[in-house]
Design a protein around this ligand. Structure first.
Ligand code: FAD
Length: 321
């Protein structure tokens, strides 16, 4: 039996989290004794981008190049993926956990009569049954979930698996599907980016500032570091509440949840509500003048120092690389 991986893309590029899902599917296939790992992508995207799924472990990529599918219309994506899933005779669907992924997966679970586990952090334990470990309570605990259906859907948490890209490019095959008009009953007619070039929820690097930045007039330092790192900018809740930064930059339990490779927190104390939005980050760097700031407990690297001294030096040092 084969494993199908649903690939998401944005701005013409395959998302890193989807390549992680491919790596996960390949590891799962190897664990279960082989079987094809096939990726499926919907809508307009360059073939050169799609063949990358091969480097992460897919044997081929099926491309439904229908312009109407380029925007992530949930019902249409669910119908298209269900058709491809049936055509390739898969018994497992793997995808990255995301807002679109979750919405598509929930519909597919109903369509395919499949057990769905979201926020998966490890390969299933198949020694007795099919037990899947998932992250719960915003990363504070894990739950073991038993899946007893023949068909299974696993939505993999970002940064939870090692991304392997040492394989060869995969061939890309065009697939034509007939998607019902009913699936396009609601349509996305235009999309405006809320932030600058890099969207915060998708960013691979985020530089965030907190109340320790003292005021909006100092945000040039956050933006300067972000520019050098190719990062999106974020902030803590009070910072957006006071109006120093727009609300869409507010990171945390009640704001945007990010899962970058690198999260740099400057002048943020590290309250649990803020951590709830960042604890899927692969590496956390904290810059805070208080050595007792709770954020240091969650940090991989910490700089105890005044942000107004550290940030210019750090930005200059990165510029010099
Ligand atoms: P502060 O707590 O004031 O911390 C400022 C930090 O900056 C301190 O650690 C200080 O040592 C440091 N500092 C000061 N000066 C400097 C300097 N010169 N150089 C370096 N460091 C310096 N918060 C969120 O962020 N996101 C949420 O989604 C969120 N949701 C919430 C939901 C609820 C229901 C509630 C009750 C609260 C929520 N909060 C949220 C608020 C949260 O509890 C904290 O109050 C908030 O995160 C603190 O923001 P802060 O760290 O920027 O400010």
């Amino acid at each position: 039996m084969s494993i199908l991986v649903y690939i998401e893309h944005a701005d013409g590029a395959v998302k890193k989290s989807s390549l992680e899902a491919v790596s996960y599917a390949k590891a799962l296939s190897d664990k279960l004794g082989g079987g094809d790992v096939i990726a499926v992508a919907l809508g307009a995207i360059a073939e050169g981008e799609l063949s990358k799924a091969g480097t992460a472990g897919a044997s081929k990529v099926l491309h439904v190049n229908d312009d109407k599918l380029t925007a992530g219309i949930i019902q249409a994506h669910a119908e298209a993926v269900a058709q491809v899933y049936t055509q390739v005779g898969a018994n497992t669907l793997v995808l990255a956990k995301s807002s679109l992924g979750d919405a598509v997966a929930a519909r597919l679970a109903v369509k395919l009569n499949a057990g769905l586990v979201s926020n998966v952090v490890d390969l299933p334990d198949t020694s007795s049954g099919y037990q899947v470990k998932r992250s719960i309570y915003t990363g504070k605990a894990f739950a073991e979930t038993t899946v007893s259906t023949d068909h299974k859907i696993l939505a993999v948490k970002k940064n939870a698996v090692d991304l392997k890209t040492d394989g060869a490019d995969a061939p890309v095959e065009a697939v034509n599907l007939s998607i019902s008009d009913a699936s396009f009953a609601t349509n996305i007619t235009s999309t405006d980016k809320a932030t600058g070039e890099i969207l915060l929820p998708e960013a691979d690097i985020v530089v965030s500032g907190g109340r320790g930045m003292k005021g909006p007039e100092n945000w040039g330092m956050i933006e300067g570091l972000a520019k050098e790192l190719g990062a999106a900018t974020g902030c803590s809740k009070p910072v957006s509440d006071i109006g120093w930064r727009p609300h869409h930059e507010h990171v945390g339990q009640t704001g945007v949840k990010v899962a970058p490779t690198l999260y740099v927190a400057v002048g943020i104390s590290g309250a649990i509500q803020h951590l709830a939005g960042v604890n899927s980050s692969k590496y956390i760097v904290v810059i805070n003048k208080d050595p007792e700031a709770p954020f240091f407990k969650a940090a991989d690297y910490g700089i105890v120092g005044d942000a107004f001294e550290v940030l210019p030096k750090l930005t200059e040092a990165i510029k010099a690389i």
